[in-house]
Design a protein around this ligand. Structure first.
Ligand code: TEU
Length: 540
């Protein structure tokens, strides 16, 4: 099916926490395979597996030590093959996380590179001499705290790590590195994979001049004592988004285009308006990424203006680009908790959020558990495993709270997830969202109905988008395709409101609004799709 990915709903699986098959308390590939019908029944078209390759797990698999094998925690290559086969039987495509910007410090190539200045891998990572006073070459800081440079006594040089010290950055200026990384992608494509989620796709190349960035509003060495109140992602002083990245995207695309229907989605590690520009730049045309996402919709901002800036900003930036939007993933507080101050009830918010995102233009991503209205787990320090949380607690709670096990059944601990002790606890506040507690009127029913409605409406999957100028907290836009138009209206507040709409509109699909003649009543976190011919006036 050509360009399957444009219409797709992609379900992100965090393998550690989806389904444990061997009772060690950690999810695995056999467990995922067993639970794939759940994903297919939701109406999803593809799964994205967060890292499953061999790793010391310092950053839960985003530190790879063997790019062409499965970590024993998750299973074997044969288990992977069985998962692919089962997914394809169910009509699900499979993409996996490909972490190319850095490897694990335990990768044999880095072990060799750091051992001396003249081994075959000496130039495969980013090494730099100290300044005359011994300091690192510049003020770049790690996303996870401290300087982005770590000292290696055997070389008497620093190496670059944009994340943990155990995640050294590859030197993309070395063409051998590029060629080898492409070969690891080819290994998985030859094994039947349908595509990749490319980690930190805007971090690949560094400035070879190693120029410092203007001093940020912090100094790396003070970062521990004055942690930002944000989610641990420090105001990163590394020069991301370098122009050289584009040529490597084209090399990856050229490889993928040798296969049938492969898709690459890039993670743009930015969260402001710049991130929308980079998403657009990286997906423009047909020679770069198929699509990209950023942290723009993964933060605290829950306003009509913000969502409009993201969507309209992307479309203006790349009329022929393609975004992926999602509200949650393994890196951020779950959206029903993150935005809870805008709602009296997190379940109502969950239903509004799925109605919103399924009406957005582009490909839609959902994160395991959000179909249950899953909330963020409140963990104590001793339960934490995530490095930025352990470093910046209590200002930064880290990412464990959004990574607790999928709750397949109500009951004690991790009923249904594991017969053993789960690697993160399932607290009562999460257990109440169990899959087997979902029924009539549940969040899961809303997800199934909304995804089904989206897939039946090309106006939502392929239509044009035109925003209506209404005051906060109303988000309204028209989606139109082949003469069919839907005006999607959302009340992004917990205060009910009434709008006036033109004649002839009819409510379609999941909603919690009422329309009497031309009076549209939206409750707290109201949402509605209005079907109509031509233009439809909506006024506050
Ligand atoms: O996350 C990327 C990331 O965390 C940064 O891009 C940061 O979010 C951004 O600069 C904020 O503006 C990816 C993975 O999703 C994450 O789980 C890994 O820990 C990280 O890369 C390192 O591989």
């Amino acid at each position: 099916m050509r360009e399957w990915w444009r219409d797709a709903v992609i379900y992100q699986i965090y393998p550690r926490s989806f389904q444990d098959d061997d009772g060690d308390g950690i999810g695995d590939l056999k467990g995922i395979t067993r639970r794939l019908p759940h994903v297919a029944e939701l109406g999803a078209d593809a799964i994205w597996l967060s890292p499953i390759f061999t790793s010391p797990m310092a950053d839960m698999g985003y530190d790879v030590s063997d790019y062409t094998d499965i970590d024993p925690l998750f299973g074997t290559l044969e288990d992977f093959d069985a998962l692919i086969a089962r997914a394809h039987e169910l009509g699900l495509k499979v993409i996996v996380d490909q972490v190319l910007s850095h490897s694990s410090s335990k990768h044999p190539f880095f072990e060799e590179s750091r051992s001396s200045r003249d081994n075959p891998k000496a130039d495969w990572y980013v090494w730099a001499d100290p300044l005359p006073d011994g300091a690192p070459p510049n003020n770049w800081a790690s996303v996870f705290g401290g300087s982005a440079w770590e000292w290696e006594p055997r070389r008497r040089q620093y190496y670059l790590h944009n994340f943990l010290t155990s995640q050294p950055d590859f030197n993309f200026h070395n063409s051998e590195v590029q060629d080898w990384l492409l070969s690891t992608m080819k290994f998985w494509l030859d094994r039947g994979l349908d595509g990749f989620r490319l980690d930190t796709v805007n971090y690949y190349f560094h400035d070879p001049e190693l120029r410092s960035n203007p001093p940020g509003d912090f100094e790396p060495e003070k970062i521990d004592s004055t942690p930002t109140e944000t989610y641990g992602w420090q105001k990163h002083v590394f020069d991301k988004n370098r122009p050289e990245n584009l040529a490597f995207l084209e090399r990856m695309r050229e490889l993928c285009d040798r296969y049938e229907d492969i898709m690459m989605v890039g993670e743009v590690g930015e969260d402001g308006d710049r991130s929308i520009e980079v998403m657009a730049e990286y997906t423009a045309g047909t020679e770069r990424l198929h699509m990209a996402y950023s942290f723009a919709m993964l933060g605290p901002n829950f306003s009509a203006g913000h969502f409009r800036r993201c969507i309209a900003g992307f479309q203006n930036g790349a009329p022929d680009g393609w975004p992926k939007w999602s509200f949650s993933n393994h890196d951020v507080v779950r959206h029903v908790t993150r935005w809870s101050k805008h709602a009296e009830d997190e379940t109502v918010l969950a239903k509004q959020a799925v109605a919103m995102i399924m009406s957005f233009p582009g490909t839609i991503g959902i994160y395991q558990g959000e179909e249950l209205g899953q909330t963020e787990a409140d963990l104590v320090y001793e339960e934490l495993t995530d490095p930025p949380a352990l470093r910046f607690w209590p200002e930064v709670k880290g990412r464990d709270g959004c990574r607790t096990p999928m709750v397949w059944a109500a009951g004690e601990n991790a009923a249904g997830f594991s017969s053993g002790t789960p690697w993160l606890p399932v607290k009562p506040a999460q257990a109440i969202h169990a899959v087997d507690q979902q029924g009539q009127g549940s969040v899961m029913e809303a997800y199934k109905r909304t995804i089904s409605y989206r897939k039946a409406n090309p106006a939502l999957t392929r239509g044009e988008t035109e925003f209506l100028d209404l005051p906060e907290p109303i988000l309204a836009f028209r989606r139109s395709h082949d003469g069919h138009a839907l005006t999607c209206v959302f009340n992004l507040s917990k205060t009910p409101t009434t709008l006036t709409v033109g004649d002839g509109a009819e409510i379609e699909g999941p909603h919690n609004a009422t329309l009497e003649g031309t009076t549209l009543k939206l409750p707290a976190n109201g949402h509605v799709y209005l079907a109509h011919e031509g233009a439809l006036d909506v006024s506050a």
